[in-house]
Design a binder for this molecule. Structure first.
Ligand code: PLP
Length: 373
């Protein structure tokens, strides 16, 4: 790979375009090859493809630079999260916000069932999180996610990560929703960042992929070795084609995210004034928000009708693609009851904002019975 591409001197917009390309030489490919091989000729740096693959290296170099550390690609976001949760010892304590991605929540419940302790604090209860972090020791873990999904509560990452790094507590941040364009947790003192690459980083809803990133410090490298070992031995490794697609998607991350965030800001302001919306949960940046549809919070029906009435917004789970998506989260049995039945999560895409607004406005009025379909 080329080492002329420095994330510290280039603007991020440029870095995502230039990073992870093969070394320049006359006639060489400008993109990494999709290396479809299970094994390699003996005596090279890697002998078997469960351990490493050159297509992974290109993506890992690009994402590592973007987060300011060293990255590993995993088979899925959950693959990366499983590896990161393995950093907690079996009967230790994990401190986490009261809401986490529901897959992470299920793993935390399993950890608890296996004899570990999970201490949950409200995401915005900074004082409570600091007290919980102070009680942690070696073998314990701090797990953070901000904004939380789907209630969009914000954790004071600078304050909480400053405390955990001061106390030497191992910390992990799921940075999927914010992306490294809005937040770089390693710079705030986090030990590990995890991503569902499925979302914004790849950006086109066509791959399932994950990543973990550790700081380029002695402590970070030691944690990185444990994550790498987990990936190799548990075997949740990425297919080279998926990784190629993710790097292709990463090239446009900056422009996609800029447009999606601008659209989200416009929509959030208009939704605040919409008669069919009781509450807008928008953290003030990013391209994700949630709305509580007017009516009883425990009535799923109007929200379901809104989803059914959209024509442009995709009624589907997941987020972070170029296309706008809408979903009632309590459809998922593992979603906690702190999430109202009337809540819709919106992942704002890169379409023209007026088309998005026209479709959503009409669907909200049709769904809540204000106008006939
Ligand atoms: C989707 C998601 C995950 C899980 O990632 P997969 O790629 O689906 O395994 C984890 N965390 C967050 C915040 C997510 O949105």
């Amino acid at each position: 790979m080329s080492h002329a591409v420095d994330p510290n001197t280039l603007h991020t917009d440029t870095y995502v375009v230039a990073a992870g390309r093969p070394t320049r030489s006359p006639g060489a490919s400008v993109n990494p090859a999709v290396e479809l091989t299970s094994t390699y000729s003996a005596d090279g740096p890697v002998n078997y493809a469960r351990v490493g693959n050159p297509t992974w290296n290109a993506f890992e170099e690009a994402l590592g630079g973007l987060e300011g550390g060293s990255a590993l690609v995993h088979a899925s976001g959950m693959g990366a999260i499983s590896a990161a949760l393995s950093l907690a010892e079996a009967h230790a304590t994990i401190v986490a916000p009261d809401q986490t991605y529901n897959g992470t929540g299920d793993l935390l419940s399993a950890y608890q069932a296996g004899g570990g302790t999970v201490a949950r604090r409200h995401a915005s209860d900074t004082a409570g999180l600091l007290v919980a972090v102070d009680a942690l020791g070696p073998g314990d873990l701090l797990w953070l996610e901000s904004p939380t999904n789907p209630l969009m509560d914000v954790v004071d990452l600078p304050a909480v990560l400053a405390r955990s790094s001061e106390r030497g507590v191992t910390s992990v941040v799921d940075n999927t929703l914010a992306t490294p364009l809005l937040c770089r947790p390693l710079q705030l003192g986090a030990d590990v960042v995890v991503h569902s690459v499925t979302k914004y980083l790849s950006g086109h809803s066509d791959v399932v992929l994950g990543a973990s990133v550790v700081a380029d410090t002695e402590r970070g490298r030691a944690l990185g070795e444990r994550l790498r070992r987990h990936r190799t031995l548990h075997g949740a490794i990425a297919g080279p084609m998926e990784v190629f697609l993710a790097l292709r998607g990463l090239r446009t991350l900056s422009v996609r995210f800029e447009r999606a965030c601008a659209n989200a800001a416009v929509l959030a302001a208009r939704l605040e004034a919409h008669p069919a919306v009781a509450r807008v949960r928008y953290p003030g940046s990013g391209a994700m928000m949630a709305i509580d549809v007017a009516g009883p919070p425990d009535d799923p029906e109007p929200a379901e009708q809104v989803c059914a009435a959209t024509r442009l917004w995709l009624h589907s789970t997941s987020l972070g693609g170029v296309e706008s998506q809408i979903e009632r989260r309590r459809r998922h049995p593992s979603e906690p009851d702190t999430v109202p039945h009337s809540l819709l999560r919106l992942s704002v895409g890169i379409e023209h904002v007026e088309d998005l607004w026209a479709d959503l406005d009409l669907a909200l009025r049709v769904g809540t019975g204000a106008v006939q379909p």
